[in-house]
Design a protein around this ligand. Structure first.
Ligand code: HEC
Ligand code: HEC
Ligand code: HEC
Ligand code: HEC
Length: 126
């Protein structure tokens, strides 16, 4: 009886901890601003990326001298809206494609570990 109780407590703890400390938190990128999605949604293994890339490489913000003063965690859509204009030269969709693909392509051509570069590798049916 006691043994069963302990096992149950352990099982609950394990279950809880697996949520509290996810091994690789995946963000599903699903921005309604872009419009109705034609493709399967793409995922970002945020933790894995954050371990090897500076936060403000992605969460950037530039001062008048071009210095990156980005804060952690600002949403892309705070600055990149979907409709391009002189104040908004990079649409939200382009912002994602350029940021994600350029890095993967560059690293691939430099022979480094990299991520997907083909449409179907990011827009993957689960
Ligand atoms: C490195 C990953 C990556 C690759 C490679 C990639 N995409 Fe995307 N794509 C994204 C992300 C991220 C978004 C933004 C999704 C969101 O936040 O809603 C997106 C959005 C889109 C959208 C708008 C949303 C939708 O589903 O209609 C289209 C269309 C699209 N991509 C087509 C393509 C095509 C075509 C290719 C190949 C030429 C491609 N993508 C390659 C990551 C990628
Ligand atoms: C490879 C690019 C990239 C890197 C590196 C990165 N992030 Fe993010 N982060 C994103 C994207 C994309 C989102 C989703 C933003 C959106 O929906 O507009 C996001 C979302 C977030 C959010 C919003 C909450 C959430 O989880 O949805 C926080 C907070 C955050 N990031 C913090 C950080 C911190 C802190 C670091 C560095 C330790 C970091 N990020 C590194 C791309 C990145
Ligand atoms: C605080 C505002 C701000 C936030 C938040 C922001 N950006 Fe930007 N981003 C800018 C500005 C300003 C530029 C420069 C635009 C220009 O070329 O004049 C830029 C440029 C870019 C470029 C173009 C780089 C090039 O080589 O042309 C990409 C791609 C991009 N952002 C993607 C993203 C993504 C993806 C996110 C979210 C993870 C994000 N940005 C968050 C303001 C922001
Ligand atoms: C500055 C470089 C850089 C940027 C920006 C970047 N990635 Fe990556 N990505 C990597 C590297 C490096 C790997 C390989 C990580 C590994 O396998 O250890 C990777 C792997 C991946 C993978 C496959 C493996 C996994 O971890 O799931 C996906 C999917 C992916 N990236 C999606 C994205 C998306 C979506 C974005 C844009 C929101 C993005 N990446 C932005 C460098 C980058």
């Amino acid at each position: 009886m006691k043994f069963k109780t302990i096992m149950l407590v352990l099982a609950y703890l394990f279950f809880f901890l697996s949520f509290a400390f996810p091994q690789d938190e995946q963000i599903v990128l699903d921005h309604k601003e872009i419009g109705i999605h034609q493709r399967p949604l793409s995922h970002l293994s945020h933790e894995k990326h954050a371990e090897i890339i500076d936060c403000n490489h992605c969460h950037h913000e530039y001062d008048e001298n071009g210095n990156n003063i980005g804060e952690d965690g600002q949403s892309c859509s705070e600055c990149h809206s979907q409709v391009e204009s002189t104040e908004n030269p990079v649409s939200l969709l382009k912002a994602f494609h350029i940021l994600c693909k350029n890095c993967h392509e560059k690293r691939l051509s430099n022979g480094k570990t990299s991520g997907p570069v083909m449409c179907g590798q990011c827009h993957k049916r689960q």
